[in-house]
Design a protein around this ligand. Structure first.
Ligand SMILES: Nc1ncnc2c1ncn2[C@@H]1O[C@H](COP(=O)(O)OP(=O)(O)OP(=O)(O)O)[C@@H](O)[C@H]1O
Ligand SMILES: [Mg+2]
Length: 373
């Protein structure tokens, strides 16, 4: 069921004010045709408002929205080549599953509505349940019906607003893979809204991280994870240990003084900004890249090393053991050690140092932001 009319989506300076409150600040976004795009951000950052503007359910205060190169800013919702799947599936309880899927097609007097609806149910692997009513399906199955209902309309762009929010973890994971498969098969442009970073990273080719109505960073998941460009992104997409220092050595690898300790970071892993001698930078490292150096052992030479600090918590989470290490003025740092690799034998109260490869360090140029973390 490959869509003949997939399209790109573009937002130019799109802004939404509700009275004196700005929910979305001048947003510029380009979602290429056929891509799987995720809008990721905390509750209240403006994700739903953005989707509603694209769908035509909310009028932007200013800015232009175009789909497939056509300005749709003033176009009524039902005339936009867009379908939305909301978190609440909103199926008609009195109609069968098949009639639910066929509903929009019949209303538009599309020929062969039922046959097309049946094909839509096949796409989501529910053809065998077409005669049931929605209340005879599980939550995940209802979700797939809602998805089929949106897909059969052959939208150019499909908007998904936290569509998996109500599902348990296992079903959520299954549906994530299923949605990815359907998107790849149908070739439709998907814009998926979620506040679950793992979900965004698993599914999307491009993730836009939103905070307080703005996009903080946009890129492929691995790039955002490896090289976050703001402290917010560093902590919203996975966890990060961050310390602040000033540049004392310039070159391919910067030397940074952090409270009297010299740390190093490849200059290519520092976000845009000043990196001259004396410049303030935050250095970061992901918890799974950090090794605990117990008393009596030595870190690999050439590593970045901080501490000693005190282990304040050891938590076994199944796949990993997570340590909290209090480094005093440098804050509490996290270390995730995979349980397959023989997690280090340290206990709460032990004094340990933390070490990691220079190449795993990233830098954020500039003073730490006071808010937004
Ligand atoms: N109709 C409205 N009138 C006034 N304020 C609104 C209106 N709709 C949304 N807001 C506000 O705009 C901000 C963004 O809301 P939005 O629903 O877009 O957030 P969200 O990112 O989807 O959050 P969540 O993850 O909780 O769904 C919120 O502070 C919200 O209270
Ligand atoms: Mg929302």
């Amino acid at each position: 069921m490959r869509s003949p009319h997939t399209a790109s989506l573009e937002l130019w300076g799109v802004r939404k004010e509700f009275g004196s409150f700005t929910a979305v600040e001048s947003l510029d976004l380009t979602v290429p045709e056929g891509s799987f795009f995720a809008l990721l951000g905390p509750s209240g950052c403006g994700k739903t408002t953005t989707l509603r503007m694209v769908a035509g359910l909310e009028q932007p205060t200013s800015g232009v929205i175009s789909i497939g190169g056509r300005d749709v800013t003033g176009t009524a919702a039902h005339r936009r080549p867009v379908n939305t799947v909301f978190q609440s599936y909103a199926l008609f309880p009195h109609l069968t599953v098949l009639d639910n899927v066929a509903f929009g097609l019949k209303r538009k007097r599309v020929p062969d509505a039922r046959a097309k609806a049946r094909a839509g149910l096949e796409t989501v692997q529910l053809a065998h349940l077409g005669d049931r009513r929605p209340n005879q399906l599980s939550g995940g199955q209802q979700q797939r019906v809602a998805l089929a209902r949106a897909l059969v309309n052959s939208p150019s762009v499909l908007l998904l607003d936290e569509p998996l929010g109500a599902l348990d973890l296992a079903l959520r994971r299954e549906m994530q893979l299923e949605l990815k498969r359907i998107q790849a098969d149908a070739g439709i442009t998907f814009v998926h809204v979620t506040h679950d970073q793992e979900e965004a990273m698993t599914m999307a080719d491009t993730v836009a991280v939103m905070n307080e109505g703005r996009v903080e960073q946009l890129g492929p998941p691995a790039e955002l994870y490896e090289l976050p460009s703001t402290a917010f992104v560093a902590n919203f997409l996975g966890r990060s240990n961050l310390v602040t220092g000033s540049v004392v050595d310039v070159g391919e690898v910067l030397g940074v003084d952090v409270a009297g300790t010299r740390l190093r970071v490849p200059v290519g892993r520092v976000s845009a900004g000043s990196t001259g001698v004396g410049a303030v930078v935050q250095l970061g490292v992901r918890p799974e890249k950090v090794r605990i150096v117990a008393n009596g052992s030595e870190p690999t030479s050439g590593s970045n090393v901080l501490g000693p600090g005190k282990v304040t918590d050891v938590s076994f989470t199944g796949v990993s053991t997570q340590y909290q290490v209090d480094l005093g003025d440098l804050g509490v740092h996290e270390v995730f050690a995979q349980n397959s690799s023989g997690a280090p034998e340290v206990r709460v109260g032990d004094a340990v140092r933390l070490a990691w490869d220079v190449d795993h360090t990233f830098g954020l140029a500039g003073e730490p932001a006071r808010s937004g973390q």
